[in-house]
Ligand binder design. Structure first.
Ligand code: GAL
Length: 369
């Protein structure tokens, strides 16, 4: 082969290597999308239902901090339990070019059309804590095991009253959350799967006769509405009899129930407080637990939930499938939404230090009256 042909061959070979190398590096750059995509300027929307409940402030703040620490731009919005406000906030997130929108829905059934817009814009949607219904625009769901929350509450009442040892009959009342929060379906079922058998055999008696999710609902988880309903239940059914336990699905409802009980003379030596449950380990409720006015709450570490959501966002931004651990339980009416469920834990006087203080969730001074 002449020198000229050798030189031409080497030149062609070099060009080929360089081209393949670039393609390879482009390949690797798209692969590097699987490594760590450049997050600068990538916008993430966080739509929370309200500031009026402590936990959502924590959820929003935790996610904002963790996402910003990773380099994302964050648009955090609170809708003050106004559905139309949440819809327009999400519309703005779409307009601003958010790549992922994380939504703690006020009303899980009210966001189908705005989230269909997000889907058409190629935006990924993560349903946060509460399942968004009737749309296939939801890509993932991050929450605590909602059925497990109810089961913990039911089992707490079961244990405190000694139901497994056959004790009773005891009087039970029930105060749950709103009908537009899909979580309530799971909270209620988890608790009633424990308690219903005792109602059926007369160990538990619900004197008000209010035993369905509809009858026991509290619109917007509103404390005042929970108090008003329990006031009526007590004046109508408990002028002589006393209540032994109240199943409350979350802490704001529990505070309302506790106020009604105190107005009816409970929390005194003659009429001690009944077993009263809650959920979220909100500060006023932890204080009530230490004061003996609430029996327990369910601790859902919002820091852990925020961590999980940030992992989901990172995976999506790196063209990877986020980790999930439940692909069966959460059918939103349009699809079974793949979910990551974290585990809730009961918290009461016996373990609040370990769960809440030692973990840094609260300081001891925070929880003292
Ligand atoms: C539920 C949530 C509970 C409770 C309630 C009040 O959907 O899972 O933790 O906070 O909302 O907002």
């Amino acid at each position: 082969m002449s020198l000229k042909k050798i030189l031409v061959f080497c030149l062609v070979l070099m060009v080929t290597v360089v081209m393949t190398g670039c393609g390879g590096s482009q390949q690797s750059s798209s692969d590097s999308g699987s490594a760590s995509a450049d997050k600068k300027g990538v916008k993430i929307g966080v739509s929370m239902p309200t500031k009026s409940l402590q936990r959502w402030n924590q959820d929003g703040a935790n996610m904002e901090k963790k996402l910003k620490d990773k380099g994302y731009d964050v648009d955090l919005q609170f809708a003050e339990n106004k559905v139309e406000a949440q819809v327009s906030q999400i519309e703005n997130m779409i307009t601003k070019g958010c790549k992922v929108i994380i939504v703690g829905a006020i009303d899980g059934g009210s966001l189908s059309s705005v989230l269909d817009e997000a889907k058409s814009a190629g935006i990924k949607v993560i349903s946060y804590d509460r399942l968004i219904m009737n749309t296939d625009a939801v890509n993932y769901y991050a929450t605590f095991d909602n059925y497990g929350v109810g089961k913990i509450q039911g089992q707490y009442i079961e244990k405190q009253l000694g139901l497994t040892e056959g004790k009773g009959p005891f009087n039970l009342e029930i105060a749950t959350g709103p009908l537009d929060d899909n979580n309530v379906v799971f909270f209620f079922k988890g608790a009633m799967d424990v308690l219903q058998p005792y109602i059926d055999k007369g160990q538990l008696i619900v004197k008000s006769g209010q035993v369905t999710r509809e009858q026991c609902a509290t619109p917007n988880w509103d404390e005042a509405k929970a108090q008003e309903r329990m006031d009526n239940v007590l004046t109508t059914n408990y002028t002589s009899a006393k209540v032994d336990a109240v199943l409350c699905s979350n802490d704001s409802v529990s505070l309302g129930v506790q106020s009604a009980l105190k107005s009816a003379g409970y929390n005194t030596s003659e009429k001690p407080m009944p077993v009263v449950t809650g959920q979220d380990a909100n500060l006023p409720n932890v204080k009530a637990i230490l004061a003996g006015e609430q029996s327990m709450s369910v601790f859902k570490d919002t820091r852990a939930l925020a961590d999980q959501v940030v992992k989901m966002v990172d995976a999506l931004m790196n063209n990877q499938e986020p980790e999930v651990n439940d692909t069966k339980s959460y059918n939103n009416g349009a699809k079974v939404v793949p979910a990551y469920l974290l585990q809730p834990q009961f918290v009461d006087k016996t373990n609040y230090k370990q769960l809440l203080i030692d973990s840094g969730y609260y300081k001891e001074a925070d929880v003292q009256k």
